[in-house]
Design a protein around this ligand. Structure first.
Ligand code: GTP
Ligand code: MG
Length: 268
């Protein structure tokens, strides 16, 4: 079972004063408009309409919190690079996004989503440079990988991992596709570690299946979680290691007024 399947919409935040006070660890999704941030959250949560997805860029306007378990959140951020008035952009950045990203203590790390066909745009590089002083990790999802051939996927992964290592050493990179559900295991491994959520529990069913001899696929070892039994290695079935690392570096149940099961998620 995917470890983030319990995700429910929690709260939209337009003002720093409204940030959830019970947060222990959270992971924010950033990136240019329309790259697939909200789709990635839905995919990781194994939910089609949790975060609002749109063909129209700029639909996610505020910070949207999704509760994963007690005090643990995914945060869907507005995309950058969408042409609104410069005053709007500056106001939102200075008043909300910049202080949130720089000073939010529970923020465990950043998922930077980049369209695998157009990675490392100027604003992406700025984000990596600007966030580096926090010393918090960044995990890059090269999204919409389904639009590329396997050869092009390998090439972009290589190019991006070389480039980001020079900009921000606390970075890891992987291919991802919400459409083809590609790269979910790799993302879960990284984000589960950041959020201190147990992957072993979620994967137990699969592990038992593998132990019964059903799977001889050479799957990657997942990082040992605190409290996990010594020597027990979680094996994820049928998931290929496609990532790279530059450096090894009680409100969950709260329903959001029916939004989680509603027509659209945040900013809908
Ligand atoms: N082919 C393909 N399309 C995708 C994928 N992920 C998202 N999309 C499409 O890309 C568009 C934008 O997706 P969103 O998830 O809304 O993107 P976003 O980054 O949240 O956009 P903003 O909130 O506007 O910043 C939608 O039409 C999605 O269906 C993917 O993995 N493959
Ligand atoms: Mg969005």
């Amino acid at each position: 079972m995917p470890i983030f399947r319990q995700a429910v919409f929690f709260q939209t935040v337009a003002d720093l004063r409204d940030l959830p006070g019970d947060a222990v660890r959270e992971v924010a999704f950033v990136g240019r408009s329309n790259v697939g941030k909200s789709s990635a959250i839905n995919t990781l949560a194994d939910h089609t309409r949790l975060a609002f997805v749109s063909k129209t860029p700029g639909r996610t306007q505020h910070l949207n919190f999704f509760a994963l378990s007690a005090g643990k959140y995914f945060v869907d951020l507005p995309g950058y690079g969408f042409a609104r008035t410069p005053e709007d952009i500056r106001g939102q950045w200075e008043g909300l996004l910049a202080p949130y990203l720089r000073y939010r203590a529970p923020l465990a790390g950043l998922v930077l989503v980049m369209d695998s066909r157009h990675p490392l745009a100027e604003l992406d590089r700025h984000m990596l440079e600007w966030f580096a002083p926090t010393c918090k990790p960044v995990h890059i999802l090269l999204s919409k990988a389904d639009k590329l051939t396997r050869q092009a996927q390998a090439a972009v992964l290589h190019t991006v991992m070389e480039a980001v290592g020079k900009i921000n050493v606390h970075c890891s990179v992987q291919l991802f596709s919400s459409l083809k559900r590609m790269g979910i295991g790799e993302a879960e491994a990284v984000l589960g570690r950041w959020l201190d959520m147990r992957i072993e529990d979620a994967e137990r069913t699969e592990i038992i299946g593998a132990a019964a001899g059903a799977d001889t696929h050479a799957a990657p070892s997942l990082p040992q979680q605190p409290g996990s039994r010594r020597g027990k290695v979680a094996r994820v079935k049928n998931r290929r290691a496609i990532g790279w690392s530059a450096r090894t570096a009680g409100k969950a149940g709260k329903e959001a007024g029916g939004r989680a099961g509603g027509k659209a998620g945040a900013d809908g």
